[in-house]
Design a protein around this ligand. Structure first.
Ligand code: HEM
Length: 428
């Protein structure tokens, strides 16, 4: 009998079977943590008045022992991640190279618990950072440790907002939550694709390759992938409609900056977290970026898309441990591409059937939809990074000041990097 590594159960990795890496419920922290929540809800004002640092300095050091569930730890990570970014970047001309114990102590514990780097990353700014905004949900009151809404409407931007932001604007809500909407829409592809692999394997074990079973299982799965990728592409419009590029460039993006390669921003030695027991943790981390999404790396593997650059593999260090481990388990499995390739005509085989050809055509459609998604994402990067940075460079040059080049928050030279990723999303 053929053996293959076990198909991972997504739920063992904290993945929701409907909404994928995005939690399907919004949870509030126990009342004990109200001081963190209160500061974060005043964040736009604190940053505007430049009083975030003094407010954080005055915070008591709270104990993490009341964090009872994974969702609690995720919420704590968000609040403390935002507080640490606010502390560092409140005054961008003189960033703080230290974070005090009121944030450092519990933040380092939350990062350790979740298996994350000590920096606000994509899971905190986007995946876990949503709550109902009360427009369509009656039960939008939060109770300690319980679901605020059993029916989240992650498909409708008007019904959700961020749990925490720097600016309190819909621009920032949309920047953070459009990736969550995209991932929630496509989350069901995770069990769908894994189940399809399992079924194909069972047929192969039973020596039924030539029977219609594989075809009947795979074709609807491939068609669903194409439909979903097309929907994901459409959801990107929410960003264009709600996020003003200048608000993003001036007010949001600088607050997400990391401490790696930040010499020109005034952080030559990274950031030091100063703990109450006298210990110090020095971090040089990149900032939050959807480049830290596990979902797209899952899709790449499932569709057999290979990338020359290992940049996104390096971004796994910034994912929660469970997401990283899920990718590790998935990568031991064959891809759908391996299965389709085995059925495609080659110069030496003439035995493919009409059904095999239909599968190959359906697979081409999946890759084309994925490629189009990546093409639209490049248009986003041009609008929200390249054009504002170029406009700023023109202004600085006119003033005789030095200019900086466009970089992603995760540190890439975005356009060439993302074009290469897009161009690799094809059947070779
Ligand atoms: C204003 C909005 C956005 C900007 C400025 C932006 C920028 C970037 C940049 C610069 C990168 C390269 C990595 C880095 O250095 O950070 C990146 C990667 C990536 N972004 Fe975005 N992004 C935006 C919105 C989105 C949205 C809405 C999604 C949807 C989930 C998304 C998904 C991705 C993915 C999956 C990658 C990894 C590359 C890939 O797999 O193709 N981004 N983004």
């Amino acid at each position: 009998m053929q053996t293959r590594p076990p198909i991972p159960n997504p739920e063992d990795y904290g993945i929701d079977l409907r909404t994928g890496f995005v939690p399907s419920q919004s949870v509030e922290l126990p009342a004990y943590y109200a001081p963190w929540r209160d500061l974060c809800s005043k964040m736009p004002e604190l940053l505007q008045k430049q009083t975030a640092r003094s407010a954080i300095d005055a915070l008591d050091i709270l104990d993490t022992k009341h964090l009872a569930t994974l969702a609690h730890w995720q919420r704590a990570y968000i609040l403390l991640g935002y507080l640490s970014q606010a502390y560092i970047w409140q005054d961008r001309s003189i960033p703080s190279s230290t974070v005090p114990a009121s944030v450092a102590d519990p933040f380092l514990k939350a990062c350790d618990h979740l298996g994350m780097q000590p920096v606000l990353s994509y899971a905190g700014s986007s995946l876990w950072n949503w709550e109902p905004n009360g427009r369509h949900h009656d039960e939008n009151h939060h109770t300690s440790g319980t679901a605020a809404s059993s029916c989240p409407d992650l498909a409708d931007f008007s019904t959700i907002k961020c749990y925490t932001t720097f600016t309190g604007t819909r621009d920032e809500d949309s920047f953070n939550l459009v990736p969550s909407m995209v991932e929630a829409e496509s989350g069901r592809l995770i069990p769908l694709l894994l189940n399809a692999l399992d079924l194909v394997h069972q047929h192969q074990v039973q020596q039924k390759q030539q029977q219609p079973g594989v075809f009947l299982h795979l074709l609807p799965v491939l068609e669903e992938c194409t439909r979903t990728l097309t929907k994901m592409h459409e959801i990107l419009s929410v960003l264009f409609d709600n996020c003003d590029p200048s608000v993003f460039h001036q007010d949001i993006r600088p607050m997400l900056a990391g401490s790696a390669a930040a010499e020109d921003k005034g952080l030559p030695a990274g950031v030091t977290f100063q703990c109450s027991d006298g210990s110090r943790v020095v971090a040089k981390c990149v900032g939050a970026s959807a480049g830290q999404s596990a979902f797209f790396q899952f899709l790449d593997h499932m569709f057999g898309v290979q990338h020359e650059s290992k940049f996104l593999v390096s971004m796994r260090a910034y994912m929660p441990r469970q997401h990283r481990e899920f990718l590790g388990a998935v990568e031991k499995l064959p891809s759908l591409r391996d299965i389709i390739d085995a059925r495609s005509p080659t110069p030496t085989t003439t035995t493919t059937t009409d059904r095999d050809q239909t599968l190959v055509t359906a697979f081409h459609a999946v890759l084309e939809a994925f490629r189009l998604f990546r093409t639209r994402h490049i248009a986003i990067v041009s609008r929200y990074i390249v054009q504002p940075v170029a406009a700023e460079a023109r202004r600085l040059r006119a003033e005789g000041k030095p200019t900086t080049e466009a970089r992603g928050t995760a540190g890439s030279k975005p356009v060439p990097f993302l074009k290469q990723y897009r161009d690799e999303t094809v059947l070779r």
